[in-house]
Design a protein around this ligand. Structure first.
Ligand code: NAD
Ligand code: G6P
Ligand code: MN
Length: 432
Protein backbone atom coordinates (compact mmCIF):
# COMPACT_ATOMS: atom_id res chain seq x y z
CA UNK A 1 0.00 0.00 0.00
CA UNK A 2 0.87 3.66 -0.25
CA UNK A 3 2.64 5.43 2.60
CA UNK A 4 1.79 9.09 3.15
CA UNK A 5 3.78 11.39 5.44
CA UNK A 6 2.18 14.71 6.36
CA UNK A 7 4.41 17.34 7.93
CA UNK A 8 2.48 19.75 10.12
CA UNK A 9 0.02 16.95 10.85
CA UNK A 10 -1.40 18.84 13.83
CA UNK A 11 -3.04 21.31 11.45
CA UNK A 12 -6.79 21.78 11.75
CA UNK A 13 -6.92 20.98 8.01
CA UNK A 14 -5.94 17.33 8.60
CA UNK A 15 -9.58 16.07 8.62
CA UNK A 16 -10.04 17.75 5.23
CA UNK A 17 -7.06 15.81 3.95
CA UNK A 18 -8.38 12.53 5.43
CA UNK A 19 -11.76 13.09 3.82
CA UNK A 20 -10.08 13.52 0.43
CA UNK A 21 -8.07 10.30 0.85
CA UNK A 22 -11.08 8.30 2.03
CA UNK A 23 -13.06 9.50 -1.00
CA UNK A 24 -10.28 8.35 -3.32
CA UNK A 25 -9.28 5.12 -1.60
CA UNK A 26 -10.21 2.93 -4.57
CA UNK A 27 -7.72 4.66 -6.85
CA UNK A 28 -5.20 5.44 -4.13
CA UNK A 29 -4.92 2.43 -1.79
CA UNK A 30 -3.24 3.95 1.24
CA UNK A 31 -1.96 1.64 3.94
CA UNK A 32 -0.40 4.06 6.40
CA UNK A 33 -0.48 7.75 7.13
CA UNK A 34 2.17 9.38 9.28
CA UNK A 35 1.32 12.73 10.84
CA UNK A 36 4.44 14.62 11.92
CA UNK A 37 4.58 17.66 14.15
CA UNK A 38 6.92 19.38 16.58
CA UNK A 39 6.88 19.60 20.37
CA UNK A 40 4.89 22.87 20.26
CA UNK A 41 2.18 21.16 18.22
CA UNK A 42 2.04 17.93 20.20
CA UNK A 43 -1.34 18.54 21.80
CA UNK A 44 -2.95 19.51 18.50
CA UNK A 45 -1.36 16.50 16.83
CA UNK A 46 -2.82 14.15 19.41
CA UNK A 47 -6.32 15.60 19.17
CA UNK A 48 -6.54 15.83 15.40
CA UNK A 49 -4.63 12.56 14.99
CA UNK A 50 -7.21 10.68 17.05
CA UNK A 51 -9.94 12.37 15.01
CA UNK A 52 -8.19 11.29 11.78
CA UNK A 53 -8.05 7.69 12.99
CA UNK A 54 -11.77 7.78 13.86
CA UNK A 55 -12.51 8.98 10.31
CA UNK A 56 -10.72 5.94 8.88
CA UNK A 57 -12.28 3.60 11.42
CA UNK A 58 -15.71 4.84 10.30
CA UNK A 59 -14.77 4.10 6.68
CA UNK A 60 -14.68 0.64 5.08
CA UNK A 61 -10.87 0.86 4.83
CA UNK A 62 -8.15 -0.40 7.10
CA UNK A 63 -5.71 2.47 7.43
CA UNK A 64 -3.43 3.17 10.36
CA UNK A 65 -2.72 6.79 11.32
CA UNK A 66 0.65 7.12 13.09
CA UNK A 67 1.55 10.19 15.12
CA UNK A 68 5.16 11.23 15.63
CA UNK A 69 7.46 14.09 16.48
CA UNK A 70 10.26 12.30 14.65
CA UNK A 71 10.19 13.46 11.04
CA UNK A 72 12.74 10.88 9.91
CA UNK A 73 10.64 7.98 11.12
CA UNK A 74 7.71 9.32 9.14
CA UNK A 75 9.70 9.99 5.95
CA UNK A 76 11.32 6.55 5.79
CA UNK A 77 10.12 4.90 2.55
CA UNK A 78 7.21 7.32 2.14
CA UNK A 79 5.60 7.44 -1.30
CA UNK A 80 4.12 10.90 -0.90
CA UNK A 81 5.11 13.67 1.48
CA UNK A 82 2.63 16.46 2.05
CA UNK A 83 3.60 19.67 3.84
CA UNK A 84 1.16 21.86 5.78
CA UNK A 85 3.32 23.34 8.51
CA UNK A 86 3.47 26.86 9.87
CA UNK A 87 6.91 27.91 11.13
CA UNK A 88 6.48 30.07 14.23
CA UNK A 89 2.80 29.15 14.53
CA UNK A 90 -0.01 31.70 14.41
CA UNK A 91 1.86 34.08 16.73
CA UNK A 92 4.39 34.65 13.96
CA UNK A 93 1.53 35.36 11.58
CA UNK A 94 0.11 37.99 13.94
CA UNK A 95 3.49 39.77 13.74
CA UNK A 96 3.55 39.52 9.93
CA UNK A 97 0.14 41.15 9.87
CA UNK A 98 0.62 43.78 12.61
CA UNK A 99 4.12 45.13 12.10
CA UNK A 100 3.74 46.33 8.49
CA UNK A 101 0.32 47.71 9.39
CA UNK A 102 1.82 49.97 12.10
CA UNK A 103 3.62 51.70 9.24
CA UNK A 104 0.63 51.88 6.93
CA UNK A 105 1.48 48.85 4.82
CA UNK A 106 -0.52 45.75 4.21
CA UNK A 107 0.18 42.86 6.57
CA UNK A 108 -0.87 39.55 5.08
CA UNK A 109 0.17 35.93 5.29
CA UNK A 110 1.42 35.55 1.72
CA UNK A 111 1.61 39.09 0.34
CA UNK A 112 3.73 42.15 1.11
CA UNK A 113 6.27 42.22 3.95
CA UNK A 114 4.45 39.53 5.96
CA UNK A 115 4.47 37.07 3.08
CA UNK A 116 8.18 37.67 2.53
CA UNK A 117 8.99 36.97 6.17
CA UNK A 118 6.86 33.86 6.07
CA UNK A 119 9.07 32.78 3.17
CA UNK A 120 12.24 33.63 5.16
CA UNK A 121 11.03 31.35 7.96
CA UNK A 122 9.66 28.53 5.80
CA UNK A 123 12.36 28.11 3.14
CA UNK A 124 15.08 26.80 5.51
CA UNK A 125 12.66 24.23 6.93
CA UNK A 126 11.47 22.95 3.56
CA UNK A 127 15.09 22.62 2.39
CA UNK A 128 15.87 20.54 5.50
CA UNK A 129 12.90 18.33 4.69
CA UNK A 130 14.18 17.87 1.13
CA UNK A 131 17.59 16.84 2.46
CA UNK A 132 15.91 14.22 4.65
CA UNK A 133 13.87 13.02 1.68
CA UNK A 134 17.00 12.50 -0.40
CA UNK A 135 18.19 9.95 2.12
CA UNK A 136 14.96 8.45 3.41
CA UNK A 137 12.51 8.41 0.50
CA UNK A 138 14.36 9.36 -2.70
CA UNK A 139 11.46 8.29 -4.93
CA UNK A 140 8.74 10.19 -3.11
CA UNK A 141 6.74 13.12 -4.44
CA UNK A 142 6.53 16.26 -2.34
CA UNK A 143 3.12 17.91 -2.41
CA UNK A 144 3.42 21.31 -0.79
CA UNK A 145 0.70 23.39 0.77
CA UNK A 146 2.85 25.40 3.22
CA UNK A 147 2.77 29.08 2.34
CA UNK A 148 3.91 31.06 0.49
CA UNK A 149 3.24 27.98 -1.61
CA UNK A 150 4.76 29.24 -4.87
CA UNK A 151 7.97 30.50 -3.28
CA UNK A 152 8.33 27.37 -1.17
CA UNK A 153 7.98 25.24 -4.32
CA UNK A 154 10.51 27.42 -6.15
CA UNK A 155 12.98 26.96 -3.28
CA UNK A 156 12.57 23.17 -3.45
CA UNK A 157 13.35 23.10 -7.18
CA UNK A 158 16.04 25.80 -7.30
CA UNK A 159 17.97 25.24 -4.07
CA UNK A 160 16.82 21.77 -3.02
CA UNK A 161 17.43 20.48 -6.58
CA UNK A 162 14.33 18.34 -6.14
CA UNK A 163 12.03 18.21 -9.17
CA UNK A 164 9.43 15.80 -7.86
CA UNK A 165 7.41 18.53 -6.24
CA UNK A 166 4.03 20.11 -6.81
CA UNK A 167 2.83 23.25 -5.05
CA UNK A 168 -0.85 23.70 -4.37
CA UNK A 169 -3.42 26.28 -3.49
CA UNK A 170 -7.17 26.12 -3.04
CA UNK A 171 -7.90 29.42 -4.81
CA UNK A 172 -8.04 27.98 -8.34
CA UNK A 173 -10.10 25.05 -7.03
CA UNK A 174 -12.66 27.44 -5.58
CA UNK A 175 -12.80 29.47 -8.79
CA UNK A 176 -13.42 26.45 -11.00
CA UNK A 177 -15.96 25.05 -8.56
CA UNK A 178 -17.98 28.19 -7.94
CA UNK A 179 -17.83 30.29 -11.09
CA UNK A 180 -19.56 27.94 -13.56
CA UNK A 181 -22.78 28.13 -11.50
CA UNK A 182 -22.90 31.89 -12.14
CA UNK A 183 -23.62 31.20 -15.81
CA UNK A 184 -25.65 28.04 -15.28
CA UNK A 185 -22.83 25.67 -16.19
CA UNK A 186 -20.86 22.91 -14.53
CA UNK A 187 -17.08 22.81 -14.22
CA UNK A 188 -16.79 20.11 -16.86
CA UNK A 189 -18.76 22.29 -19.35
CA UNK A 190 -16.02 24.92 -19.31
CA UNK A 191 -12.39 25.10 -20.43
CA UNK A 192 -10.17 26.85 -17.90
CA UNK A 193 -6.69 28.23 -18.44
CA UNK A 194 -4.75 29.73 -15.54
CA UNK A 195 -1.49 31.66 -15.75
CA UNK A 196 0.73 33.46 -13.29
CA UNK A 197 2.21 32.85 -9.87
CA UNK A 198 0.71 31.54 -6.64
CA UNK A 199 -1.80 34.08 -5.34
CA UNK A 200 -1.00 36.15 -8.41
CA UNK A 201 -2.63 34.51 -11.40
CA UNK A 202 -5.28 35.30 -13.95
CA UNK A 203 -7.54 32.97 -15.84
CA UNK A 204 -9.55 32.72 -19.01
CA UNK A 205 -12.62 30.60 -19.53
CA UNK A 206 -14.24 29.18 -22.66
CA UNK A 207 -17.35 27.07 -23.19
CA UNK A 208 -17.16 23.60 -24.67
CA UNK A 209 -17.64 24.99 -28.17
CA UNK A 210 -14.44 26.96 -27.65
CA UNK A 211 -16.10 30.38 -27.31
CA UNK A 212 -14.50 32.68 -24.74
CA UNK A 213 -16.95 33.38 -21.90
CA UNK A 214 -14.60 35.27 -19.59
CA UNK A 215 -16.43 38.60 -19.95
CA UNK A 216 -19.83 36.96 -19.41
CA UNK A 217 -18.51 35.52 -16.16
CA UNK A 218 -17.04 38.86 -15.12
CA UNK A 219 -20.46 40.51 -15.67
CA UNK A 220 -22.09 37.97 -13.38
CA UNK A 221 -19.43 38.40 -10.73
CA UNK A 222 -20.48 42.01 -10.26
CA UNK A 223 -24.04 40.87 -9.59
CA UNK A 224 -23.64 37.83 -7.37
CA UNK A 225 -21.60 36.31 -4.58
CA UNK A 226 -18.51 35.12 -6.37
CA UNK A 227 -17.27 32.65 -3.78
CA UNK A 228 -14.05 34.25 -2.55
CA UNK A 229 -11.98 32.44 0.07
CA UNK A 230 -13.17 33.41 3.58
CA UNK A 231 -10.00 35.31 4.40
CA UNK A 232 -10.24 37.86 1.59
CA UNK A 233 -12.33 41.02 1.84
CA UNK A 234 -14.62 41.47 -1.15
CA UNK A 235 -14.04 44.86 -2.68
CA UNK A 236 -14.95 44.97 -6.38
CA UNK A 237 -12.27 45.36 -9.03
CA UNK A 238 -12.54 48.44 -11.24
CA UNK A 239 -14.71 47.46 -14.16
CA UNK A 240 -12.69 49.30 -16.79
CA UNK A 241 -9.60 47.46 -15.62
CA UNK A 242 -11.21 44.06 -16.14
CA UNK A 243 -12.63 45.09 -19.50
CA UNK A 244 -9.15 45.99 -20.65
CA UNK A 245 -7.66 42.83 -19.13
CA UNK A 246 -10.22 40.36 -20.46
CA UNK A 247 -9.05 37.89 -17.85
CA UNK A 248 -10.26 37.09 -14.36
CA UNK A 249 -7.72 38.10 -11.72
CA UNK A 250 -7.42 35.86 -8.65
CA UNK A 251 -8.91 37.00 -5.37
CA UNK A 252 -5.49 38.02 -4.03
CA UNK A 253 -5.07 40.52 -6.85
CA UNK A 254 -7.29 42.81 -4.80
CA UNK A 255 -4.26 43.60 -2.64
CA UNK A 256 -2.56 45.00 -5.73
CA UNK A 257 -5.36 46.47 -7.84
CA UNK A 258 -7.31 47.80 -4.82
CA UNK A 259 -4.46 48.36 -2.40
CA UNK A 260 -6.03 51.40 -0.77
CA UNK A 261 -9.40 49.76 -0.11
CA UNK A 262 -7.83 46.54 1.14
CA UNK A 263 -5.48 48.38 3.48
CA UNK A 264 -8.30 50.54 4.87
CA UNK A 265 -10.38 47.45 5.52
CA UNK A 266 -7.49 45.56 7.10
CA UNK A 267 -6.70 48.43 9.49
CA UNK A 268 -10.35 48.64 10.50
CA UNK A 269 -10.38 44.89 11.21
CA UNK A 270 -7.17 45.04 13.21
CA UNK A 271 -8.76 47.71 15.43
CA UNK A 272 -11.96 45.75 15.96
CA UNK A 273 -11.98 41.97 15.47
CA UNK A 274 -8.21 41.58 15.23
CA UNK A 275 -5.96 40.46 12.40
CA UNK A 276 -6.84 37.38 10.38
CA UNK A 277 -4.44 35.30 12.51
CA UNK A 278 -6.24 36.42 15.65
CA UNK A 279 -9.58 35.50 14.10
CA UNK A 280 -8.19 32.16 12.95
CA UNK A 281 -7.00 31.42 16.51
CA UNK A 282 -10.61 31.61 17.64
CA UNK A 283 -11.87 29.42 14.80
CA UNK A 284 -9.10 26.95 15.47
CA UNK A 285 -9.97 26.78 19.16
CA UNK A 286 -13.58 25.95 18.25
CA UNK A 287 -12.44 23.33 15.77
CA UNK A 288 -10.20 21.58 18.26
CA UNK A 289 -13.01 21.55 20.83
CA UNK A 290 -15.07 19.70 18.22
CA UNK A 291 -12.22 17.36 17.33
CA UNK A 292 -11.97 16.32 20.99
CA UNK A 293 -15.45 14.80 20.77
CA UNK A 294 -14.95 11.04 20.59
CA UNK A 295 -18.18 10.64 18.66
CA UNK A 296 -17.10 12.92 15.84
CA UNK A 297 -15.83 10.88 12.90
CA UNK A 298 -16.29 13.20 9.90
CA UNK A 299 -15.06 16.65 8.89
CA UNK A 300 -17.16 19.33 10.64
CA UNK A 301 -18.87 22.09 8.65
CA UNK A 302 -16.97 24.77 10.64
CA UNK A 303 -13.74 23.92 8.83
CA UNK A 304 -15.16 25.72 5.80
CA UNK A 305 -14.63 28.96 7.76
CA UNK A 306 -10.94 28.63 7.05
CA UNK A 307 -9.50 30.21 3.93
CA UNK A 308 -8.08 26.90 2.75
CA UNK A 309 -11.46 25.21 2.16
CA UNK A 310 -11.32 22.54 -0.56
CA UNK A 311 -7.58 22.09 0.00
CA UNK A 312 -7.98 18.29 -0.18
CA UNK A 313 -9.56 18.49 -3.60
CA UNK A 314 -6.23 19.79 -4.83
CA UNK A 315 -3.90 17.72 -2.64
CA UNK A 316 -5.58 14.32 -2.76
CA UNK A 317 -6.43 14.63 -6.44
CA UNK A 318 -2.81 15.50 -7.23
CA UNK A 319 -1.55 12.45 -5.34
CA UNK A 320 -4.15 10.13 -6.85
CA UNK A 321 -3.36 11.50 -10.33
CA UNK A 322 0.36 10.86 -9.95
CA UNK A 323 -0.19 7.44 -8.42
CA UNK A 324 -2.75 6.24 -10.99
CA UNK A 325 -1.40 8.29 -13.90
CA UNK A 326 -4.79 9.97 -14.25
CA UNK A 327 -3.66 13.01 -16.25
CA UNK A 328 -6.24 15.16 -14.46
CA UNK A 329 -6.29 18.88 -15.11
CA UNK A 330 -5.12 20.64 -11.95
CA UNK A 331 -3.75 24.13 -11.35
CA UNK A 332 -0.31 23.68 -9.82
CA UNK A 333 2.88 25.50 -8.95
CA UNK A 334 5.51 23.82 -11.06
CA UNK A 335 8.48 24.53 -13.31
CA UNK A 336 7.44 26.86 -16.13
CA UNK A 337 9.00 24.92 -19.01
CA UNK A 338 7.83 27.51 -21.52
CA UNK A 339 4.15 27.67 -20.54
CA UNK A 340 4.64 31.39 -19.80
CA UNK A 341 7.26 32.64 -22.28
CA UNK A 342 7.41 35.97 -20.40
CA UNK A 343 9.27 34.21 -17.59
CA UNK A 344 12.41 32.03 -17.55
CA UNK A 345 11.76 28.35 -18.36
CA UNK A 346 13.33 27.16 -15.11
CA UNK A 347 11.31 29.21 -12.63
CA UNK A 348 8.17 28.05 -10.85
CA UNK A 349 4.81 29.35 -12.08
CA UNK A 350 1.19 28.52 -11.27
CA UNK A 351 -0.60 27.20 -14.33
CA UNK A 352 -3.14 24.68 -15.54
CA UNK A 353 -1.45 21.31 -16.04
CA UNK A 354 -2.19 17.68 -16.71
CA UNK A 355 -0.97 15.71 -13.71
CA UNK A 356 0.11 12.11 -14.10
CA UNK A 357 2.88 9.68 -13.23
CA UNK A 358 5.49 12.07 -14.65
CA UNK A 359 4.22 14.99 -12.64
CA UNK A 360 2.77 18.12 -14.20
CA UNK A 361 2.68 18.73 -17.94
CA UNK A 362 1.79 22.38 -18.32
CA UNK A 363 -0.77 23.83 -20.68
CA UNK A 364 0.92 26.60 -22.65
CA UNK A 365 -0.72 29.96 -21.98
CA UNK A 366 1.42 32.11 -24.23
CA UNK A 367 2.56 35.69 -23.77
CA UNK A 368 0.62 37.92 -21.43
CA UNK A 369 -0.59 41.43 -22.32
CA UNK A 370 1.66 44.39 -21.43
CA UNK A 371 0.28 45.19 -17.96
CA UNK A 372 0.15 41.61 -16.74
CA UNK A 373 3.57 40.85 -18.18
CA UNK A 374 5.00 43.78 -16.22
CA UNK A 375 3.40 42.70 -12.95
CA UNK A 376 4.47 39.12 -13.44
CA UNK A 377 8.10 39.90 -14.12
CA UNK A 378 8.35 42.23 -11.12
CA UNK A 379 6.66 39.71 -8.83
CA UNK A 380 8.84 36.83 -10.00
CA UNK A 381 11.99 38.90 -9.48
CA UNK A 382 10.74 39.77 -5.99
CA UNK A 383 10.09 36.07 -5.27
CA UNK A 384 13.50 34.97 -6.53
CA UNK A 385 15.28 37.58 -4.42
CA UNK A 386 13.22 36.67 -1.37
CA UNK A 387 14.19 33.02 -1.69
CA UNK A 388 17.82 33.89 -2.35
CA UNK A 389 17.85 36.05 0.78
CA UNK A 390 16.22 33.26 2.79
CA UNK A 391 18.99 30.88 1.73
CA UNK A 392 22.01 33.20 1.90
CA UNK A 393 20.90 35.45 4.75
CA UNK A 394 22.11 38.45 2.77
CA UNK A 395 20.62 41.70 4.10
CA UNK A 396 21.09 43.60 0.83
CA UNK A 397 19.28 40.90 -1.11
CA UNK A 398 16.40 41.03 1.37
CA UNK A 399 16.26 44.81 1.00
CA UNK A 400 16.22 44.54 -2.80
CA UNK A 401 13.30 42.13 -2.56
CA UNK A 402 11.54 44.46 -0.12
CA UNK A 403 12.06 47.41 -2.42
CA UNK A 404 10.70 45.51 -5.42
CA UNK A 405 7.56 44.37 -3.61
CA UNK A 406 4.68 46.53 -4.84
CA UNK A 407 3.00 46.50 -1.40
CA UNK A 408 6.06 47.88 0.40
CA UNK A 409 7.29 51.46 0.26
CA UNK A 410 10.97 52.20 -0.16
CA UNK A 411 13.35 54.24 1.97
CA UNK A 412 13.72 54.58 5.71
CA UNK A 413 10.27 53.33 6.67
CA UNK A 414 10.68 50.18 4.61
CA UNK A 415 14.03 49.53 6.25
CA UNK A 416 12.57 50.09 9.70
CA UNK A 417 9.75 47.63 9.02
CA UNK A 418 12.22 45.07 7.75
CA UNK A 419 14.48 45.47 10.77
CA UNK A 420 11.56 45.20 13.14
CA UNK A 421 10.38 42.02 11.46
CA UNK A 422 13.90 40.59 11.66
CA UNK A 423 13.90 41.17 15.42
CA UNK A 424 10.36 39.82 15.86
CA UNK A 425 11.15 36.59 14.01
CA UNK A 426 14.78 36.14 15.08
CA UNK A 427 14.19 32.67 16.56
CA UNK A 428 13.02 31.34 13.18
CA UNK A 429 15.62 32.93 10.92
CA UNK A 430 18.77 30.82 11.34
CA UNK A 431 20.35 32.12 8.12
CA UNK A 432 20.19 35.85 8.91
P1 NAD B 1 -1.08 25.65 11.80
O1 NAD B 1 -0.72 26.88 12.53
O2 NAD B 1 -2.19 24.82 12.32
O3 NAD B 1 0.23 24.76 11.65
C1 NAD B 1 0.15 23.41 11.28
C2 NAD B 1 1.11 22.62 12.12
O4 NAD B 1 2.45 22.85 11.74
C3 NAD B 1 1.04 22.95 13.62
O5 NAD B 1 0.50 21.88 14.33
C4 NAD B 1 2.48 23.27 13.96
O6 NAD B 1 2.84 22.80 15.25
C5 NAD B 1 3.23 22.58 12.86
N1 NAD B 1 4.63 22.99 12.66
C6 NAD B 1 5.20 24.19 12.84
N2 NAD B 1 6.51 24.14 12.52
C7 NAD B 1 6.77 22.87 12.14
C8 NAD B 1 7.92 22.19 11.69
N3 NAD B 1 9.09 22.82 11.59
N4 NAD B 1 7.81 20.89 11.36
C9 NAD B 1 6.64 20.23 11.47
N5 NAD B 1 5.51 20.83 11.89
C10 NAD B 1 5.57 22.13 12.21
O7 NAD B 1 -1.30 26.06 10.30
P2 NAD B 1 -2.50 25.87 9.29
O8 NAD B 1 -3.41 27.01 9.45
O9 NAD B 1 -3.02 24.52 9.34
O10 NAD B 1 -1.71 26.10 7.94
C11 NAD B 1 -0.61 25.27 7.64
C12 NAD B 1 0.14 25.81 6.47
O11 NAD B 1 -0.64 25.74 5.31
C13 NAD B 1 0.54 27.28 6.62
O12 NAD B 1 1.80 27.49 6.06
C14 NAD B 1 -0.52 27.99 5.80
O13 NAD B 1 -0.09 29.21 5.30
C15 NAD B 1 -0.72 27.00 4.70
N6 NAD B 1 -1.97 27.13 3.96
C16 NAD B 1 -1.85 27.04 2.61
C17 NAD B 1 -2.95 27.20 1.81
C18 NAD B 1 -2.76 27.15 0.33
O14 NAD B 1 -3.63 27.54 -0.41
N7 NAD B 1 -1.61 26.67 -0.17
C19 NAD B 1 -4.21 27.41 2.39
C20 NAD B 1 -4.30 27.47 3.79
C21 NAD B 1 -3.16 27.32 4.56
C1 G6P C 1 -6.62 30.63 1.21
C2 G6P C 1 -5.29 30.56 0.55
C3 G6P C 1 -4.20 30.23 1.46
C4 G6P C 1 -4.29 31.24 2.57
C5 G6P C 1 -5.44 30.79 3.39
C6 G6P C 1 -5.64 31.58 4.64
O1 G6P C 1 -7.16 31.77 0.67
O2 G6P C 1 -5.30 29.86 -0.62
O3 G6P C 1 -3.01 30.18 0.80
O4 G6P C 1 -3.15 31.45 3.22
O5 G6P C 1 -6.60 30.71 2.64
O6 G6P C 1 -6.67 31.02 5.38
P1 G6P C 1 -6.87 31.36 6.91
O7 G6P C 1 -8.19 30.77 7.28
O8 G6P C 1 -5.71 30.76 7.62
O9 G6P C 1 -6.85 32.85 6.99
MN1 MN D 1 -3.26 29.63 -1.35
Amino acid sequence: GVKIATIGGGSSYTPELMEGFIKRYNELPISEIWLVDIEAGKEKLEIVGAMAQRMWDASPYDVQVHLTLDRKEALKDADFVTTQFRVGLLDARVKDERIPAYYGMLGQETNGAGGMFKAFRTVPVILDIVEDMKRLCPNAWLVNFANPSGMVTEAVVRYGKWDKVIGLCNVPVMATMLEPGLIGKKTEDLIYKFAGLNHFHWHKVADNHGNDVTMTLIDKMYQEDNGLPQNIYDTPFERELLEQMKMIPCAYHRYYYQEEEMLEHALEEYRTVGTRAQQVKRTEHELFELYKDENLDHKPEQLQQRGGAYYSDAACETIASIYANKETQIVVSTKNNGALPDLPADCVVEVTAYVGAQGARNVAFGELPTAERGWLQVMKAMELLTIEAAVTGNYGTALQAFTLNPLITSGKTAKRVMDELFIAHKAYLPNF
